[in-house]
Design a protein around this ligand. Sequence first.
Ligand SMILES: [Mn+2]
Length: 367
Amino acid sequence: MKMTFRWFGEHDDAVPLRYIAQIPNISGVVTSLLDIPAGDVWSIARIRHMRDTVRSAGLTCEVIESVNVHESIKLGAPERDEKIENYIKTLRNLHEFGIKAVCYNFMPVLDWVRSHLYFDLPDGSKTMMFSRDFIENTTPELLAARYAEDSGGVALPGWEPERLLYITDTIARYADMTDAQYVANAEYFLDAVIPYAERYDIKMAIHPDDPPTKIFGLPRLVNDADSIARFLALHDSPYNGLTLCTGSLGANPQNDVAAIAARFTDRIHFAHIRNLQFVSDTDFYESSHQSGSLNIYGIVRALADNGFDGYVRPDHGRMIWGEADGMAVSPMSRTAARPGYGLYDRALGAAYLNGLWDAVTRGRVVN
Ligand SMILES: [Mn+2]
């Protein structure tokens, strides 16, 4: 298990790399080039600068989250071949700088969805929340506007301005698409890309749908054990793998996340581990890594028992210790901490996960 931490880049993250490097047992950061539009090639120069910046803090840069998939690929539109070619060129360039895994998702139009970015908990912390009723009574456009206002103008990954400009039109293009067509479009992408992932030794790790249920009538691809098995079989290679996102999969109370972790360990290359607290069958808020509805111990143990040797990062945390109140983590920082991505609660999460891993593996021969 290699413990990592998500970092959004030198101009896009309030948390400095040197603080991340002080978290016990952290080996590297998971990062991206957020300003490069989906479908464009990541240049050698940009990747080198990203890698060197991370290394200068004594951290490794081996996992990218994300290289986004252009909408035409998800739609099966004619320009997809050119965009897939660009995706492969990006993988080739990432390979030159030692990238070992790429997290990506195949969610139509919208990335992750929450109803609240800063929901107040009784202890004074703030956290993200999902209310099914709220989502069913809003529109994607209203939600995007709400996010922009709540996040103080920070471009949220998955809700980048260039994506939002076309949100209404793009959603309309999915109106007649069946789930079977959507699966076929994913298969087309995998058949083209995975042979190159093998050549460049980059493990592709799809992120499950977040939340794991239909949103605004859009198709869904990866959200429970059956759909994970179906997806991995579309192109049967160790390089066609999964990001185990416990909070995404766990948002469906029917999903046994520990059982999913155990069943697919050899195809899990990256794990996002976080907890959530259900307030009803459909609604939840993101709780601390230790306290919540999910059995994080059982999930970590399932990974350890099955020989997991991939990357892990603590996932979303609450905003604690004043982080959401405008208290800058770094005096040099130009941006506020992103919802879910403050320093403190994620660092506590990493410490908890490290402790669990130690407790279940000490004295055993594991990776
Ligand atoms: Mn995740």
